[in-house]
Design a protein. Structure first.
Length: 376
């Protein structure tokens, strides 16, 4: 008889067998299970696991402690009737959690999200809304909620909360396109309160209000976002919001099917930041060995974990070290709370900095040169 394994990381870390919760242990073994689940079906070295479990400060005897944690998790699996050695495998360099995507809330979220994107691209917006809703149902709280305060958990949570917001926004697009704008107004009010500098959310709120017959409220939202951007950043709204405001003022019809094709799912929904006179919209990184890594519209995540876009096998590099992302203001590099920082032309960046072309970016021992494609 095969048993159903379920590992959860989109909320507190949980392990269940056939729907029955299985105790894993304290924060360290739960962190170990979470790291293996995030990298399911891929071997994670003992050194990388030690850095994660002990928050970048592993003891000299970490190998023995890791073995104890693994042994205890295997015992819990075995006591529930699971072939523990097949599920939690020992590799030459470390360990691998051999579970299907359906056996992990993160895997189910990613699979259902991709299906929703495909349905949306095919114009099946009702199906897309349902699939995006199912993806969001995989969450039971903030990602790795019970491990908050550790570098691994906080960085993973930051990245996944962005994904969650994108999917919530995509579901709202689908609902608006299906003629159910009034049903998402309350959700959008909460989202713009929580993320006041994210213009795409304001555009959705203004659209939903207008399509619900609430022109005055839509114009009030236009005034509010204009005030927030002026007070916080000293800038005006972008062209999308300006055009939307003019349409609402003129009481023009809005083509919601066109709006649903906005590249919201193809790029990170970054905070609005100060406009720069020379806007870099695309670029690539060149490594010392001659390799060239293009920066996609969704951005480029850099780190030691294997689910990054650019994986750097360097002990000085954090699991999730940096994120380079195109934004309305240009190309932005963010330090994802890394242990050793991000350096641009040998100057450590505080939390984020703009790239204009020709900069040397040092991450750990790796030197990268940013080559820009400029849109003037």
């Amino acid at each position: 008889m095969s048993h159903s394994v379920d590992v959860r990381v989109l909320g507190p870390v949980r392990l269940s067998i056939d729907g029955v919760p299985v105790p894993v242990g304290g924060p360290k073994p739960r962190t170990l299970l979470a790291a293996l689940a995030v990298n399911r079906r891929r071997a994670v070295s003992s050194q990388a696991l030690a850095d994660i479990v002990w928050n970048e400060q592993p003891p000299d005897s970490y190998q023995a402690s890791l073995q104890v944690f693994v042994s205890n998790i295997r015992k819990a699996l075995r006591n529930s009737g699971v072939d523990s050695a097949a599920v939690l495998r020992t590799e030459s360099s470390g360990y691998r959690l051999e579970i299907a995507d359906d056996d992990c809330d993160l895997g189910r979220f990613e699979t259902t999200r991709k299906a929703g994107e495909q349905a949306s691209a095919a114009g099946e917006h009702d199906v897309a809304s349902r699939l995006f809703g199912q993806a969001l149902d995989q969450w039971s709280g903030a990602a790795l909620d019970d491990l908050a305060g550790t570098r691994f958990a906080d960085t993973f949570a930051t990245a996944m909360n962005e994904e969650r917001l994108l999917v919530a926004s995509a579901r709202i697009d689908a609902e608006i396109t299906c003629g159910r704008a009034s049903s998402v107004v309350g959700e959008l009010v909460s989202m713009t309160d929580a993320h006041p500098l994210r213009e795409p959310l304001w555009a959705q709120l203004i659209t939903a209000l207008y399509l619900s017959g609430r022109q005055a409220d839509a114009l009030d939202a236009c005034r509010r976002v204009r005030g927030v951007l002026a007070d916080e950043l000293g800038i005006d709204p972008g062209p999308t919001l300006v055009d939307l405001e003019q349409r609402v003022l003129r009481q023009e019809p809005l083509n919601t099917r066109e709006m649903a094709q906005v590249d919201r799912m193809n790029k990170a929904m970054t905070e609005t930041i100060t406009e720069s006179p020379r806007s870099v919209r695309a670029g690539r990184l060149r490594l010392r060995d001659g390799r060239v890594v293009p920066i996609a519209k969704a951005g480029l995540r850099i780190g030691r974990m294997t689910d990054n876009d650019l994986v750097l096998d360097d002990p000085k590099v954090s699991r999730y070290h940096a994120h380079i992302v195109p934004s309305r203001a240009g190309m932005l590099v963010k330090d994802l709370a890394s242990a050793n920082g991000v350096y641009i032309d040998e100057q450590m960046v505080d939390s984020g900095a703009m790239l204009f072309g020709g900069e040397s970016i040092r991450i750990g021992s790796t030197l990268l040169v940013f080559e820009a494609e400029t849109d003037r």
